[in-house]
Write a protein that binds this ligand. Structure first.
Ligand code: FES
Length: 575
């Protein structure tokens, strides 16, 4: 196929630019969708990587969103081609969406690399759909821009705002404590999620949308515009326009996802009171792009940052309020002194240029640095014999009086054991105990489920107690709260010390000293370790591959053979 010699040779021309049999095949089959011949003339081909699925309700509006991206791509002279990838619905998929994050990332990576694409738009929303797409795209390295689906409108029930997840945890505890009827509980179910979009608390989906924006991987305001607000569609159109320019400028993803960008994201996560899940996802993304990010960086960079955002689960408001108050640019402007202002973003400007004049319209929602919502609100990384490679806690979501605590362990061997015994009258537990849950880490569950925020025993709840220290190798939902120590590494299923804890052992938590200690002698631990037997491993399929290759939480829980990038070259033809 003849091309204009003045035009740069695009990657997609290795498919569409051929004059012989191969070019005929590559073009002709795509023409069956009605595209004219000049679409293949060397203009940027933009892949729209879509996680639409009716089983991922938070991404249920993505076909509509993709149409607005296409408008923008056409306006800028590009050729958009939408493609589906594995979509992970957090609330639906068993045993946990996290088990499939890395699988979805492989789908994304190979779908981008194997196809005639010059640049890619990532349509992301529900929790794992963001990290899986960014991880996959990072391992290819094309010009890449993110577009989030936006949060749902605030949940409304009986005159009050109720937030995704956070409201469920609260109300289910109220039902168990006899403070709410089952009928009221069911009524609230229909009122919480009343529009398209992702969870409207600062849960993992909204946190990761903020991380994408803070990393500079999306246009400004991407994180908070509600899905139902037409400004979301406008942003989609602008995103489509911009990716075409990014291809022309060869603005590849590695130029955006730098060490500086990750440091900005970690600090921003503290300022928004973001989810602990961001720790694992950013570590995994950094591993793909080749940035040397460590678990300890979260504590070093973020733990002394103030939290400015009064949003559930740590606070009161919801994402809709956040957008009307100014959204993420207003938060980032407020903490600009802590950020690398020169970090490049996808619109070709630095993050500093993007946010330096961002207004704040509501100081009750977005506090000033001089009057923070919470001080020292980042994620604390704990170490000790119970988690030699680290564990995390989100102090802003914890009870201040429990941040230094010593208590007797009440141990559950796995999630089934927990469900079977937590509400028994004969369970020997009180509010000073430490609930310990084993075998819920990456290999143990498998997939590191969000079960770390264990519900409290009914007999403790009935005393009016709402929080206890809890320790596990699991994650917790970004919408959850409490004095919950998570991601203990190595996990129990990998033979970590957590596997050796027994009922009655004393555990010391001291967040100010970053300490998580099991008061059992080394000799006794060695004796217990000699008795410990690992659980049988899965025998086939993805579970087997995953358990054999998943890394521990402090490394991001990626598969060992997926760390890094393979670039975008595929020299061998298919025919
Ligand atoms: Fe999809 Fe919360 S369940 S974003």
């Amino acid at each position: 196929m003849a091309t204009d010699n003045n035009k740069p040779k695009r990657r997609s021309q290795a498919w569409f630019g051929d004059e012989g049999k191969s070019g005929f095949i590559y073009r002709s089959w795509i023409k069956n969708q009605g595209y004219p011949h000049d679409e293949f003339d060397g203009r940027p081909v933009i892949g729209i990587c879509n996680t639409w699925s009716e089983l991922t309700p938070c991404n249920g509006h993505f076909r509509e969103l993709a149409e607005f991206v296409k408008r923008g791509v056409y306006e800028a002279g590009g050729f958009p081609l939408e493609f589906p990838v594995m979509s992970l619905g957090e609330t639906q998929i068993r045993p946990t969406a996290m088990l499939f994050r890395n699988l979805a990332s492989m789908d994304v990576e190979e779908s981008i690399r194997g196809n005639p694409i010059d640049g890619v738009v990532l349509l992301m929303g529900c929790d794992k759909t963001t990290p899986s797409l960014v991880m996959g795209a990072a391992s290819v390295g094309l010009p890449t821009i993110g577009l989030s689906g936006g949060p749902m409108l605030n949940g409304k029930w009986r005159g009050q705002d109720i937030g995704s997840g956070t409201g469920v945890w609260k109300m289910s505890e109220m039902v168990r404590a006899g403070e709410m009827t089952q009928q009221e509980f069911v009524e609230a179910e229909s009122c919480m999620h009343r529009s398209k979009g992702n969870c409207m608390t600062m849960g993992t989906a909204s946190t990761m949308a903020c991380m994408v924006e803070a990393l500079g991987l999306s246009l400004p305001e991407n994180a908070a515009i509600p899905a139902a607000d037409t400004r979301r569609n406008r942003l989609a159109q602008m995103t489509g326009r911009r990716i075409v320019e990014m291809v022309k400028q060869d603005l590849t993803i590695d130029k955006i996802l730098t060490r500086q960008a990750f440091e900005n994201a970690i600090r921003t996560n503290a300022a928004i009171g973001g989810s602990t899940n961001a720790v694992i996802h950013l570590l995994a993304i950094a591993g793909r792009i080749g940035v040397d990010l460590k678990l300890e960086d979260w504590d070093r960079l973020g733990s002394e940052m103030p939290c400015l955002l009064d949003l559930q689960p740590s606070g009161k408001y919801l994402m809709e309020d956040f957008y009307y108050a100014g959204g993420l640019p207003a938060v980032m402007r407020e903490v600009l002194q802590y950020l690398h202002r020169d970090a490049l973003t996808v619109n070709g400007k630095s993050i500093g240029e993007n946010i330096e004049s961002a207004p704040c319209w509501n100081r009750e929602v977005i506090h000033a640095v001089s009057d923070p919502f919470k001080t020292e609100a980042g994620i604390a990384v704990l170490k000790g014999n119970l988690a030699p490679d680290g564990a995390v806690i989100k102090p802003s979501a914890a009870s201040p009086h429990l941040l230094q605590h010593r208590g007797r362990a009440v141990v559950f061997e796995n999630i089934e054991d927990f469900h079977a015994r937590i509400d028994l009258d004969e369970l020997d537990v009180d509010e000073n105990c430490v609930l310990v849950l084993k075998n819920c880490g990456p290999k143990g569950y498998p997939g590191m489920a969000e079960v770390g925020n264990m519900p409290l025993p009914t007999k403790v709840l009935k005393k009016g107690i709402t929080d206890m220290v809890r320790v596990s190798d699991a994650r917790m939902s970004g919408t959850a709260y409490g004095t919950v120590v998570l991601h203990a590494s190595p996990e129990a299923a990998a033979g970590g010390t957590l596997a050796l804890v027994r009922d009655g052992d004393m555990i010391e938590l001291d967040v100010s000293r970053r300490r998580l200690h099991l008061e059992v002698s080394e000799q006794e631990l060695a004796r217990r370790r000699a008795e410990w037997k690992p659980a049988p491993k899965p025998k086939r399929g993805w579970y087997k591959l995953y358990v054999e290759h998943v890394q521990q939480a402090h490394l991001g829980a990626d598969l060992d053979f997926l760390v890094g990038s393979s670039g975008s070259a595929v020299p061998r033809d298919s025919h």
